[in-house]
Design a protein around this ligand. Structure first.
Ligand code: CUO
Length: 671
C-alpha cells in the first residue's frame, strides 16, 4: 500500500490514485475529474483506492489550503491533532491509504504533509515506510525564492543533460553590514534547518499521547536545544561575536532583524521580514481564533521560575510535587515547551511555544494586514531568524538554573576505578600535525525537482555552499587495571578562551562544550588504543542522508528512497565541528570513559536506527544512556573546581586542539 506518492503535490508524482467517485472534490465532481488520477496518462502506477465512508474533516479543513501552517498556533495545532488522530485510527493500511488519498486534495498541504509524516512514523504497520524530507517536498521553506523562477526557466528551456545547477549565493539574505549575518552559514544551513524540523517531527509536542509520550522527551527537548545553543555560541565566538544575549524583557524593542527571502509556494506569499526595533504586542488574531497577551507570556515564564526556586511544581490538582534530581529536568522540559505531557497547562501555560508564536506575528499581531507568521513561527524555518537564539538562550538558561539547584557530581560519581585515560588526540586526514582540525567551504548540489510547483522534465539542481571539515580520527589510549569490561567514551570540544582572550572558567565553559561523540568501548586488561572516526559520530548522519535524494555528480532521475524516518534524524555531519578561524581557534577536547554500571540501559536495539541517538534517541526504545543528558557537564562543578584540568578524575583527559579555517571552496566533482 504505497503512501509515499501521496506526499507529492501538484502532479509531480508518477503514481495515480484511482479514487471512488465520492472522493472527488466538490469543484470537480460535476465534471467528473478525479484529481487523484489526473495524470494517469503519464503515470507508471495506477493504484485503486479502497472505498471507505467519507470522514468528517470539519475540524481539519478550517485551516484553508492556501494558508501557511504552524504548530505553534493553537488552531493549527488542533487541526493537526484531529488529522493525526484520524490517520492513527485507521484500522489497516488500506483504510489509512484511502483516508490519506481523500484528505490530500482537501487539506492544507503543509498540515497534510506533517500529519501524514507523523502517522507513518508512529503507526505500527508503517514504521518501516519512507517519508520524504520536507526539503524535498517543500523546498520553499529552505531555499531563496529567486531560485524557483530560475529553475522554471532552466527546466523549460534547457534539455536535462545540459542543465547547470542554480547557485544560491552565500550572502543572499543580508550584507556584511549586519553582524548577525556572519554566522548565516550556520543559521541558514539547509541541513541544520532540516534537522531541527525533523527533531520536532520525531518528538511532537502535541497529538495523541502514544506519539508524544516518549522516553525522556522533555529532557531531550532541553538537551538537544542546549547543544544547539552551545554550537551556535561557539560559531559566534569563531566569528568575533560575543555569546548571544538572552531575551528576558518582553516589552523592550527587539534589535534583532531578519528578512528571510523565502516565498511560501503553498500560500503564494512572502514570509514577512522584521525590522530592528519592533516591540511585542498583545496578540488577537480572530481568523486564527487566537488571543494571547504579553502578560500571559510573562506569567508563564514567572511560574516556571517559581517552580525552579521551590524545586517543586504544582500538579493539576494544585498539589506540590518535587522536581527531583534525575526526573525533574524531564518534567520541566514538558512544562516549558509545553508538550501534552505538561502536568498543569492551566497554571504553567505554554511558555516556549508562546515565544515562537508571538515573535512570529510581531509584525501583525491583530491580523489587520492579513499577514502570516514569520520564520520564527515554524520549526522548519525558525533557526534562520537571529531572534531564535536570544529567545532560546533564555529558555536554556532557565533549564540551567534548575540544574544549578541539584547536587554536584562527586568524584565517586565521575570516576571509574582502575580506568585511566593516558592520552587522547585528533588526527585529521592528510594533515601532518596532530590535534589540528581543518574546515573549509564546500559546494553541493541538491535535486529540487520533486518539490517544484511545476512539472520539470528531469532533475533541476540547486547548488549551495556549506561548511565542511577534513574527516579525522580520535586516538585514545586507556589503561585498564581490571578485567575485561566496558565503558562509555564521551567526547566534547569547547573554546579555551572567552571573548576577551582570558582562559575560560569551567562554570561558563561547560555550557559551551559541544558533544562530539558518545559510544560504548570494550576494554581489555592493560593498555587499549581506541580509534574512532569522526564520520561514525553518534550525533550525525551523513550528508547524503540529510538530503536523501542527492546524487553528487550525476543526474538523479528517480533516485531510490532510503529509509528516512528516525534514520533521517541527525545532526548534519558537515557541521560536526565549528568553523574555527584562519589563524587557528584554540579549543579543548575532553575525553572520558565513564563507568558502564551507571550508563547501561538493558535493551536490544537491533534493527533500529541508532546512528544519531545522542540527539534523536532510538525509535520505540529507551534513550540509550542512563546518565542525565549532558553528563558530566549538566551540573555545576564540585567546589573548588574552576577549570577543566581540575575537574578531571583519572578516567578523563583534556587535550588542546586547534580549528583552522581555510577560506577556499571545494566545488562538486562534475564541473
Ligand atoms: Cu526547536 Cu523552539 O524548539 O525551536
Amino acid at each position: 500500500r504505497p503512501l509515499e506518492p501521496l506526499f507529492k503535490q501538484k502532479g509531480e508524482s508518477k503514481t495515480a490514485f484511482n479514487l471512488p467517485a465520492k472522493f472527488y472534490t466538490e469543484r470537480y465532481k460535476s465534471i467528473g475529474v478525479n484529481l487523484g488520477s489526473r495524470f494517469q496518462n503519464e503515470a507508471n502506477d495506477v493504484i485503486d483506492v479502497q472505498d471507505i465512508p467519507v470522514p468528517d474533516l470539519s475540524g481539519i479543513t478550517n485551516l484553508a489550503r492556501d494558508e501557511n501552517f504552524s504548530l505553534f498556533i493553537p488552531k493549527h495545532r488542533n487541526s493537526a491533532t484531529n488529522l493525526i488522530n484520524l490517520f492513527m485510527g485507521a484500522k489497516n493500511l488500506d483504510e489509512f491509504q484511502s483516508l490519506a488519498a481523500y484528505c490530500r486534495d482537501r487539506v492544507n498541504p503543509y498540515l497534510f504533509n506533517y500529519c501524514l509524516s507523523v502517522a507513518i512514523l508512529h503507526r505500527p504497520d508503517t514504521k518501516d515506510m519512507d517519508i520524504p524530507s520536507l526539503m524535498e517536498v517543500f523546498p520553499d521553506k529552505y531555499v531563496d525564492s529567486q531560485v524557483f523562477q530560475k529553475a522554471r526557466e532552466e527546466s523549460y528551456v534547457v534539455d536535462e543533460g545540459s542543465r547547470v545547477p542554480i547557485e544560491i549565493p552565500v550572502d543572499y539574505t543580508a550584507s556584511s553590514l549586519e553582524n548577525e549575518h556572519r554566522i548565516a552559514y550556520f543559521t541558514e544551513d539547509l541541513g541544520v534547518n532540516a534537522h531541527h524540523w525533523h527533531w520536532h517531527l520525531v518528538y511532537p509536542f502535541s497529538g495523541p499521547m502514544e506519539i508524544v509520550n516518549k522516553d525522556r522527551r522533555g529532557e531531550l527537548f532541553f538537551y538537544f536545544h542546549h547543544q544547539l545553543m552551545a554550537r551556535y555560541n561557539v560559531e559566534r565566538l569563531c566569528n568575533g561575536l560575543a555569546r548571544v544575549r538572552r531575551l528576558t524583557n518582553y516589552r523592550e524593542a527587539i534589535p534583532e532583524s531578519y528578512y528571510p527571502k523565502l516565498d511560501s509556494l503553498v500560500a503564494n506569499r512572502t514570509y514577512p521580514g522584521r525590522p530592528s526595533g519592533m516591540v511585542l504586542q498583545d496578540v488577537n488574531r480572530e481568523r486564527d481564533q487566537w488571543k494571547i497577551d504579553i502578560q500571559d507570556f510573562e506569567t508563564a515564564r514567572d511560574r516556571v521560575f517559581e517552580a525552579i526556586q521551590e524545586t517543586a511544581y504544582l500538579d493539576a490538582n494544585g498539589i506540590k510535587q518535587p522536581l527531583t534530581e534525575y526526573e525533574g529536568i524531564d518534567i520541566l522540559g514538558n512544562i516549558i515547551e509545553a508538550s501534552s505531557l505538561t502536568p498543569n497547562r492551566n497554571y504553567y501555560g505554554d511558555w516556549h511555544n508562546y515565544g515562537h508564536s508571538m515573535l512570529g506575528v510581531i509584525h501583525d499581531p491583530d491580523l489587520r494586514h492579513l499577514e502570516s507568521f514569520g520564520t520564527i513561527g515554524d520549526p522548519a524555518t525558525s533557526m534562520r531568524d537571529p531572534i531564535f537564539y536570544p529567545f532560546h538562550a533564555a529558555v536554556n538558561d532557565t533549564f540551567l538554573k534548575f540544574k544549578a539547584t541539584i547536587p554536584r557530581y562527586t568524584t565517586a560519581q565521575l570516576g571509574y576505578d582502575g580506568v585511566t585515560v593516558t592520552s587522547c588526540a585528533i588526527q585529521s586526514q592528510n594533515v601532518k600535525e596532530p590535534n589540528m582540525l581543518n574546515t573549509f567551504w564546500q559546494q553541493s548540489d541538491v535535486d529540487m525537482s520533486r518539490g517544484l510547483d511545476f512539472q520539470p522534465r528531469g532533475s533541476v539542481f540547486v547548488r549551495f555552499t556549506h561548511l565542511q571539515h577534513q574527516p579525522f580520527n580520535y586516538v585514545i589510549k586507556v589503561n585498564n587495571a581490571g578485567g575485561a569490561r566496558q565503558g562509555t567514551c564521551r567526547i566534547f570540544i569547547g573554546p579555551k578562551f572567552d571573548e576577551s582572550g582570558n582562559p575560560m572558567l569551567l562554570i561558563n565553559q561547560k555550557d559551551l562544550l559541544i558533544e562530539m561523540d558518545r559510544f560504548i568501548v570494550n576494554l581489555s586488561p592493560g593498555e587499549n588504543i581506541i580509534t574512532q572516526a569522526s564520520t561514525q559520530s553518534s550525533l550525525t548522519i551523513p550528508f547524503e542522508r540529510t538530503f536523501r535524494n542527492l546524487e553528487l555528480g550525476r543526474p538523479t532521475g528517480g533516485a531510490a528512497l532510503e529509509q528516512f524516518n528516525f534514520c533521517g534524524c541527525g545532526w548534519p555531519q558537515h557541521l560536526l565541528i565549528p568553523k574555527g578561524t584562519p589563524e587557528g581557534y584554540a579549543c579543548e577536547m575532553f575525553v572520558m570513559i565513564s563507568d558502564i554500571a551507571g550508563d547501561r540501559v538493558d535493551q536490544s536495539i537491533e534493527g533500529q536506527c541508532s546512528d544519531a541517538s545522542v540527539y534523536c534517541g532510538i525509535r520505540d526504545r529507551k534513550y540509550p544512556d542512563r546518565r542525565s543528558m549532558g553528563y558530566p557537564f549538566d551540573r555545576v562543578p564540585r567546589d573548588g573546581v574552576d577549570t577543566l584540568e581540575k575537574f578531571l578524575t583519572p578516567n578523563m583527559r583534556v587535550q588542546d586542539v586547534t580549528i583552522r579555517h581555510f577560506n577556499r571552496t571545494v566545488r562538486p566533482k562534475r564541473n
